[in-house]
Every structure is written in C-alpha cells, then in structure tokens.
Design a protein around this ligand. Structure first.
Ligand code: F0G
Length: 442
C-alpha cells in the first residue's frame, strides 16, 4: 500500500473528477437515503454519503453500521464555555460501534483494502484506531488485524477491545511515534495493508463526520468546528470535506476550524502559532518543521498528556492539516491536562461521556471564548471523538477520594485539583447510616 508520493515524499490525497461524477444538487437529497435504511449502505452514516467519497463502488463498501452518531445541543457545556444558550453543540462520535470516530475512517480504508485484495491490515495506535481495526476484522472476518501499541501508552478500555476482538497485538517498548515508525517498515516489508491516517482513504471516511454535523443543523453551516488534534487526520478530513462541498456549490460559506492540542503534545500549536508555519500554496516551510523536530529530539522532549489518544510528537497529517487551516481560516490552541479533565467532567455532567482527548475541544472552546475569538452568539460544534468508557482510569482518578490514586494518575501530569469531582460517599453496611447519608447529600 503506497501512501506517499515517491518524488516529494508527501502523503497522497484523494482527488475526484467531479465533472464526471453524479453528485446531488443539494445536500437535502441525502435525506432520502434514510427511508431506504433497510439497505446497509443507506443505513451507514458513512456510505449514505457515498456520492461524496466515491472511490470504491458502493456495493463493495464494507459497513458494520458505523456513523449512527448524534449532534446534540448542550446547555451545561454552553454555560461552562461561555456560549449563549442553544448555540453550542456536541457531535458525539462515541456512539460508533467501537466507541470512537475512527470507525468512519476505518470503514473507508477497510473497503479500499478489500477492493485491492488485502488479507492482513495493520496500524500503530494510541488505542482507538486499533480498537476500530480489530472490530472490523472480527465483525467481517475479511482480514487479520495486526496492531502496534506503545507499551503502557494505551488506555485500558481500548486495549481490552483489541484483545477481545482477537487482534494480533504487538506492544512496542516505546510511544506512538515509535510504533508508527515500526508499523510503516513492517507493513512495507510484509506487504500488509496500512490503515493509519497516512492512508488517504481513512480521511475520506472521516469527511462524513462533517456531513452529519451539517445534517444535524438542517444543512446549515456552523460558525466554528472545534476538534482535538493528534495525528491530525480529522482536521485534515474536515477541511477537505468543506472545501469540496463549497466548490460543488453545496454550501455557501466555510466554517472556521479550531484545532486543540494538549499542552504536553503541542507540535501543531508550536509550529503554527509560534513559528508561523503556513500552507503557502502548498509550499509548507519544511526546513522549519525539520528543525523543530531535530530540536525536539536533541532535547529528548517526548509528548506527555493524560489525553493519551493525542499523545503524539510528529503528527503524520501535518501538511494536510495546515491546508485545512488555510481553507477554513483556522487556528490552533493548546490546553493543559487540568483544563481537559475539568471540561471532561462538565461534558459528563451534561449527559454525554467522553474520554480525555475529546474534552480538549470543549476546553479549547472555553479558551477561545475567553480570548474573544469565538463570540458567545456564534454557533459552535465541538467534536467528542471517543466514548467515556475508553479510559475509566482517568475518570475514576478525577472523582476519587483516594489522594494516592489521584496523585499517581493525575498529579504526575500537573493536575492539581478536581474542580468538578463527584466523590463516592463511603458508608458502613448499615441501613440507618445509609439513610442518614442519603438525607445529608441529596
Ligand atoms: N480523539 C481521540 C479519542 C483519538 O483517538 C484521536 C486519535 C484523536 C482525538 C486525534 O485525532 O489523529 O485525527 O488528530 N487517535 C489515534 C489512534 C492516533 O491511534 O487511535 P487525529
């Protein structure tokens, strides 16, 4: 599977000849698919938009029922971030079969893999890509999954998925970037199909997250899309989705894009906001980027954040993300683990649980409102990329009364307090005491 150009080394991109393809006149036309949802390709939240990602004939596309996700306004999170009532929405990708947005991209890459006759598929992962690949392999029995994870670098919910789904799980003594480097070598040597987001078809599937956001808003374009940034597949896909829709005349304006890094894994933030790296018509300042990475290596700096999903040093989709920022008048911010966990607790208290990385979008929105960049009456969509149950260790440590547990999991990350902790109440096994406690606390 070739993912990069042999001349310039940059990642490949999927480009369609739209003049020769049949695309609906309006996005509303996609609503008709729902009445035919007995057909799995109309039911899929990815493949009912096949007209906008027609790289494999629709009847050959693989689906496990991905993309039945939810766009829901959140009063609680609106208040927390300083957005006016009814203007903040959460796009909850935790509802996917494997519990994260990855299933959108995986159904697409997997379809391409089958199309080209692959029998084994591999990825490096901070946990969600691997859970998704493992699920597609076990659900369809079309391929064998080989996954690479950094030892001790993956949340337990995600690791348990890979094991349960029966993937060959290779634990590397290193972090995500080490695993990524090795999986590239292994897949090229052994001819295994690579499904990381270096694979351009992954991004095609992830475009549909934005189609469903538009659908949830009655096909109106929001003012802001706010998304956590890790390997930058989502931000790359989202910009491409809107750029294509705009060129096809299916939307009349572009939303703005905010990509949120964790402070402990802030390569994009540093390069865009501090070093001013720009798209520059495709001539990204490569020497500056290389120099930054060399410095990172020389100083032995490695990504470190409680948001393990986005604990990444060298985001593989950096250039495509810079292109999205250019198309969407975008910007980048970083938020600390303290802010991420407080935001996560607010998301949970508002009725949609997410994992730490996802909550970066909410913490980032709060920051951008406080800076006056996002106006309170603007319509904002935060992408909740992964389910609450992916990382129970972080959640329990935040709410615990056990100081040692708090310190071990969170204190070591610079988290000082659990501002919105909901502590369990310890009571003796005695009816009177239990009733007393309930009266006292409820
Ligand atoms: N949120 C979650 C829950 C993730 O799992 C990831 C990435 C991201 C955000 C970042 O998204 O890479 O598109 O910028 N997880 C990858 C993995 C790296 O291996 O599961 P991105």
């Amino acid at each position: 599977m070739r993912v990069a150009c042999q001349q310039c080394g940059d990642l490949l991109d999927v480009v369609y000849d739209w003049d020769r393809l049949r695309v609906p006149d309006s996005l509303k036309a996609f609503e008709q698919k729902w009445s035919r949802r007995g057909n799995p390709h109309c039911f899929s939240g990815v493949w009912r938009f096949h007209d906008l990602l027609p790289f494999v004939p629709v009847e050959q596309c693989v689906t496990v029922g991905e993309g039945q996700t939810l766009l829901r306004p959140s009063q609680r999170v609106a208040e927390y971030t300083g957005i006016s009532p009814g203007r903040l929405y959460l796009q909850y990708e935790g509802m996917n079969p494997s519990g994260s947005f990855k299933d959108n991209g995986m159904s697409a890459a997997f379809s391409h893999a089958r199309f080209v006759g692959a029998t084994r598929a591999a990825c490096a992962s901070t946990g969600n890509t691997s859970a998704s690949l493992a699920l597609y392999c076990s659900a369809t029995r079309l391929m064998k999954a080989v996954i690479f994870v950094g030892s001790g670098k993956i949340a337990f919910g995600k690791l348990s998925q890979a094991l349960d789904f029966g993937a060959l799980t290779v634990q590397i003594n290193g972090d995500f970037d080490d695993a990524m480097a090795r999986v590239k070598e292994v897949s090229s040597q052994l001819g295994i199909y690579l499904v990381n987001s270096v694979n351009p078809f992954r991004l095609e599937g992830q475009k549909t997250i934005m189609y469903r956001v538009l659908e949830g808003l009655g096909w109106e374009v929001p003012d802001w899309i706010v998304v956590p940034g890790g390997n930058l597949g989502n931000s790359s896909a989202f910009g491409k989705a809107f750029h294509e829709l705009h060129r096809l005349g299916l939307i009349d304006r572009m939303p703005r894009l905010a990509v949120i890094n964790a402070t402990g894994a802030d390569t994009l933030y540093q390069l865009v906001e501090k070093h001013k790296v720009r798209w520059n018509q495709g001539v990204v300042n490569a020497p500056k980027v290389c120099q930054y990475y060399d410095q990172m290596d020389a100083q032995g700096r490695r990504a470190s954040t409680i948001a393990s999903a986005i604990e990444i040093n060298r985001p593989v989709n950096f250039n495509k993300c810079i292109r999205s920022l250019h198309w969407c008048d975008g910007l980048v911010r970083e938020v600390r683990d303290q802010e991420i966990l407080d935001a996560k607790a607010q998301v949970g208290a508002g009725g949609l649980g997410c994992e730490p990385a996802s909550a970066a979008s909410v913490a980032g929105t709060k920051l951008l409102v406080s800076e006056g960049v996002i106006q309170p009456d603007q319509r904002v969509v935060c992408i909740l990329t992964g389910h609450q149950l992916k990382d129970p260790t972080a959640t329990v440590a935040y709410h615990t009364t056990d100081q040692d547990q708090f310190n071990k999991v969170l204190g070591s990350r610079g988290v000082r307090r659990a501002t919105f902790a909901n502590r369990a109440v310890a009571v003796p096994n005695n009816l009177d005491e239990i009733i007393k406690a309930i009266r006292l606390y409820s």
